[in-house]
Design a protein around this ligand. Structure first.
Ligand code: ADP
Ligand code: MG
Length: 360
């Protein structure tokens, strides 16, 4: 096991990169603690696989160092790094049985047959592959093939880190839910560093203690699920996480107060910390209320999403709507309404980044 440090890593797939846009990873600095459960979350194309492949050694970064504990492993071959990686699609030997597939990573490293038998039995039971151990992999469903892939990643107990790159893509929704909780359970049992890559916030937030949110080749925030919800440090994080995500509205500062479409809004941020950038207000739908006075608008749509209702309000004089979450049983507004934002949960963003709060 090891602590993993990415020290100013940049990567471009181009031979002569010039601007930041030429880099799939712009500049990443991260510490992954030994034994942690991490998720790497971001939309398709943001650089997640590139980052994983740099850790596993399938890619050598254009710049920067990768450290395991304090050893520089940037130039080591993948098989010298002692890592397990599970890919999006099954990587297995079709002609081997399930048992042979699961045994392979251990046999390959000279583990004795008795230990192999014990480990394979444990992993097979966990993944519910025990009834098909002596079947050839070739005849199995895509689900089961991917479970073998997962098993091959989990079977060794001496790896520095286990990395999963969108491993549940080919798994059907019902089993997805089950495997997700299994992986979480397994992490708690073995306490090994695990990095789980996904574009799905639910998968990330249920699996990980710490979530790394990325977009456009940059790490935007590293935090617990609660931190990402309560205090997104970038508008992208606020918008990407939550359902629906944080409302982000254009704002201006007039005579020392923050205004949206001419209406004053109280926020937790300190306007003294503003520079000269583009200012926006961010507030989650959970923290917007219907009141008698406040920002005027008109109800556009009402959507029942089970535990609560999402009301979408088009703001007067602005080309923007605000989502409001109304709890089950509360009155649903119609027509013209006024909105108020909970000041403690309303923040300013400048050029996308959070504006610091008043020190109190
Ligand atoms: P993600 O896994 O988050 O979907 P990737 O790391 O696969 O993102 O890709 C990041 C960026 O790098 C994308 O713009 C993608 O098109 C580009 N990219 C990925 N792999 C290669 C490659 N082998 N050659 C050139 N460009 C690539
Ligand atoms: Mg990917």
């Amino acid at each position: 096991m090891a602590r993993i440090t990415l020290n100013n890593i940049r990567h471009s797939y181009l031979p002569n990169p010039k601007s930041d846009d030429d880099y799939a990873l712009q500049r990443v600095h991260l510490d992954w603690d030994d034994g942690g459960a991490y998720a790497l979350l971001g939309p398709s194309g943001c650089g997640k696989t590139t980052l994983l492949n740099i850790i596993s050694g399938l890619l050598i970064p254009s710049e920067g160092q990768l450290l395991f504990d304090d050893q520089d492993v940037t130039a080591l071959e993948p098989d010298e790094r002692n890592i397990a990686q599970v890919f999006q699609f099954p990587v297995i030997y079709d002609t081997m049985t399930v048992r042979e597939n699961l045994s392979f990573p251990l046999r390959n490293r000279g583990v004795d047959e008795e230990t192999i038998a014990t480990r394979v039995a444990e992993i097979a039971a966990m993944l519910e592959l025990d009834s098909m151990l002596d079947k050839k992999a070739a005849g199995l469903t895509p689900d089961n093939k991917q479970k073998i892939s997962l098993g091959r990643g989990l079977v060794r107990d001496d790896v520095n880190v286990i990395m999963f790159d969108e491993p549940l893509t080919v798994i059907d929704p019902h089993l997805k839910w089950k495997l997700r909780s299994k992986l979480k359970e397994l992490h708690q049992k073995v306490n090994r560093t695990m990095i789980y890559v996904t574009h799905d916030q639910t998968e990330a937030l249920t699996f990980a203690d710490q979530v790394v949110v990325m977009n456009f080749g940059q790490v935007l925030q590293v935090g617990t699920p609660v931190e990402l919800f309560e205090r997104p440090t970038h508008t992208f994080v606020g918008h990407f996480i939550g359902s629906p995500g944080m409302n982000v509205l254009p704002a201006s500062v007039v005579a020392g107060s923050v205004q949206i479409a001419g209406h004053t809004v109280d926020t937790a941020s300190d306007i003294a910390n503003l520079k000269q950038g583009t200012v926006e207000v961010g507030v989650r739908p959970e923290f917007v209320r219907f009141t008698d006075s406040g920002i005027p608008g008109a109800v556009e749509t009402v959507m029942d999403v089970g535990r609560h209702t999402v009301v979408k309000v088009k703001l007067d004089g602005l080309d923007h709507s605000v989502n409001v979450i109304v709890d089950e049983g509360d009155d649903l507004p119609e027509g013209n309404v006024h909105l108020q934002f909970e000041p403690a949960q309303t923040r300013l963003y400048e050029d996308g980044w959070i504006v610091a709060e008043t020190q109190g």
